[in-house]
Design a protein around this ligand. Structure first.
Ligand SMILES: Cc1cc2nc3c(=O)[nH]c(=O)nc-3n(C[C@H](O)[C@H](O)[C@H](O)COP(=O)(O)OP(=O)(O)OC[C@H]3O[C@@H](n4cnc5c(N)ncnc54)[C@H](O)[C@@H]3O)c2cc1C
Length: 499
């Protein structure tokens, strides 16, 4: 049986991808100090699934002697959905939930396109064939696909077509028998620098006359004209895994994606010049739900990790037996359990969709609203527990090398349960989780990855079961009845006067 492993993934990154950082084109992301360790973390996901003891948990048989990750699975029952989630959970646990756009995210999107293939059929048989062919290609090769679906912020009071530069937002500028040519930008590709391919789409509302922006397609990251402008690298600045264990190993990167007249063959075009289809693909198929369900599974893992860090901090500082501290830990553990409860409820409350079984749409949106609000508060709770301990630290691991400084570290980094090195190590990890620039980016990520709050609340409002809620209100109103009719009551002169 063959299955993709870490070295298969790393080998595939040796293309001519145009990644720019600090004013220079990066020659090879696999060895560059801004990316190499996180590339290693993604590679470990593939190595994990390829280990004989994990094959069954992580992969499934797709014939021809190949197995692929369970993220590509289209579940037909509750049991299959749960079996697939266990694989997502196991992968996420390898990075404690810090890799937001791991390969299972967009694999979920593409799988959901297949579950909603009827919609693409109505858009056009050639486009539906492109979806199916691409899904099979990506699934068979177990590709790491990232996506860009949001447009650059620019003037938020205007739509894509109303911006001064008509090609600010990625749009089609030409077409011929081979395919289309795309020019312009998409906002942010998380993990795109390290992925095999990119899925490009539009999720923001488009009106008539904006057909040029109504596109969905996929292409290899190394495609000619595809330019990735990386944000600042936290990995490059993390001096060591001891000092910044999360920044150094899980900086999945975010990049502005620019299409410099990029050619996309028709076989990779899924939505073309149809503004309603650009919207419908997300909300009239399971795409939006299935990809964001994966995000909640990942957040469940991350919240467990944060609860663990909080508990260790309390133990290390000798706070653990104080009732007020237990209350704080109780709040944090309840938040971690809430995310888990949402995941389990989405599955238990799931429903059939044609031949498939999908997580509950309304509970997914409820989870998004609650968790984007919860995450910054959870981080604040951790900061509260940590106090100044996350600042009262040696400048870096190199201070340990100097005997004199080492003696001061041993004398000052005191804990009832840990030695000085262990105490510094823990507080370093805690700072990287809640206070470093990496941590701060994660707060922004959890608040925004699924859309700003006015979008997620609108989705929750749209999908809530108002019928059941209002029915109960109607029942009580019926119980209340109507007041008896007034029987020849005398008229109130002041009311008659005022009309
Ligand atoms: C770390 C990170 C990683 C990301 N990764 C990806 C990725 O991999 N792929 C991708 O496609 N995108 C990605 N994004 C982009 C993400 O999808 C957007 O940030 C998100 O959709 C919100 O859009 P915005 O940033 O333009 O904010 P806006 O929508 O402009 O929101 C900013 C503020 O304005 C308010 N606001 C804006 N419009 C309205 C309105 N009409 N009514 C009321 N309030 C309004 C919002 O509520 C919010 O408070 C990422 C973002 C971050 C921060």
């Amino acid at each position: 049986m063959s299955v993709r492993n870490g070295s298969d993934y790393i080998d595939a990154l040796g293309d001519d991808r145009a990644v720019y950082l600090d004013g220079e084109r990066v020659r090879d992301i696999r060895v560059h100090p801004a990316f190499r360790r996180t590339v290693g973390s993604f590679a470990r996901l593939y190595d994990f699934q390829a280990a004989p003891e994990n094959l069954e948990l992580m992969t499934f048989d797709i014939g021809n002697g190949r197995r692929t990750n369970r993220a590509w699975k289209l579940p037909h029952s509750y049991a299959e959905l749960v079996e697939r989630r266990r694989a997502l959970e196991a992968w996420s646990s390898l990075n404690c939930g810090w890799l937001g756009r791991s390969p299972d995210h967009v694999a979920s999107t593409l799988s959901a396109m297949v579950m909603g293939i009827d919609l693409f059929e109505r858009h056009g048989p050639a486009r539906a064939k492109a979806v199916l062919d691409y899904y099979h290609h990506a699934r068979e090769n177990d590709l790491f696909v990232s996506y860009v679906i949001q447009n650059p912020q620019a003037d938020r009071g205007k739509t894509a077509g109303e911006q001064k530069n008509k090609h600010l937002v990625a749009s089609v500028v030409d077409e011929d028998t081979a395919g289309i040519t795309v020019r312009g930008a998409k906002m942010l590709g998380t993990s795109s620098v390290m992925s095999d391919e990119l899925f490009v789409a539009n999720i923001q509302p488009l009106g008539r006359g904006e057909e040029a922006y109504a596109l969905s397609f996929a292409l290899p990251i190394g495609s000619r004209g595809l330019t990735l402008m990386s944000r600042k690298s936290y990995e490059a600045e993390a001096r060591s895994s001891f000092d910044y264990p999360l920044s150094a190993n899980f900086d999945e990167n975010d990049a502005i994606v620019y299409f410099d007249d990029v050619k996309v063959p028709w076989e990779r075009v899924f939505v073309y010049r149809d503004t309603d289809m650009a919207r419908a693909q997300w909300h009239d198929t399971p795409m939006h739900v299935y990809q964001n369900y994966q995000s909640q599974v990942r957040l469940m893992v991350k919240m467990r990790f944060l609860a663990g860090v909080a508990r260790r901090l309390a133990e290390t500082s000798g706070l653990i037996d104080m009732p007020a501290v237990k209350t704080k830990l109780g709040e944090l553990s309840a938040e971690a359990s809430m995310v888990e409860a949402f995941v389990l409820a989405m599955e238990a409350g799931g429903a059939g969709y044609g031949d498939y079984f999908l997580p509950s749409r309304s509970l997914l949106y409820a989870a998004q609203v609650k968790t984007q609000d919860m995450y910054p508060k959870a981080v604040a709770r951790l900061r509260d527990l940590a106090g100044g301990g996350v600042i009262m630290l040696p400048s870096s691991v190199r201070d340990f090398e100097d005997p004199y400084l080492r003696s001061i570290i041993d004398a000052t980094q005191v804990s009832p349960v840990r030695d000085a090195t262990e105490r510094v190590r823990l507080f370093r990890m805690a700072w990287d989780a809640v206070g470093s620039e990496f941590a701060s980016r994660h707060v922004q990520y959890e608040m925004f990855y699924s859309g700003a709050s006015h979008i997620t609340t609108a989705n929750a409002y749209r999908t809530f079961d108002w019928g059941t809620a209002l029915h109960m209100v109607d029942d009580i109103e019926a119980l209340q009845g109507t007041p008896p009719l007034a029987q020849s009551a005398p008229a109130v002169p002041s009311l008659i006067a005022s009309g």
